[in-house]
Write a protein that binds this ligand. Structure first.
Ligand code: SF4
Length: 76
């Protein structure tokens, strides 16, 4: 599977855990809800594991990930 899109649903509690896992993708500024870095898409492949860990461990489960099968991007 290949990550296509990551976003934060409503309800973030600004705990910064996701930023600790993957600061290339998640940005949590003082007291603000987490946002996805503008350039995050460049790291979706390289940081795939960290992004999944962040989503699994987010205490309020608001990190959402859309994935596609790797074959989708290959010409068959
Ligand atoms: S881990 Fe979840 S609750 Fe914590 S800052 Fe990230 S998105 Fe928000």
């Amino acid at each position: 599977m290949k990550i296509q899109r990551v976003w934060i649903d409503e309800g973030c509690i600004s705990c910064s855990l996701c930023q600790d896992y993957c600061p290339e993708v998640f940005l949590v500024q003082d007291g603000e809800d987490c946002v996805i870095h503008e350039e995050a898409v460049r790291f979706y492949l390289e940081k795939e594991e960290d992004i999944h860990l962040a989503a699994e461990d987010c205490p309020v489960e608001v990190i959402k990930i859309v994935e596609t099968a790797l074959e989708d991007s290959a010409s068959t």
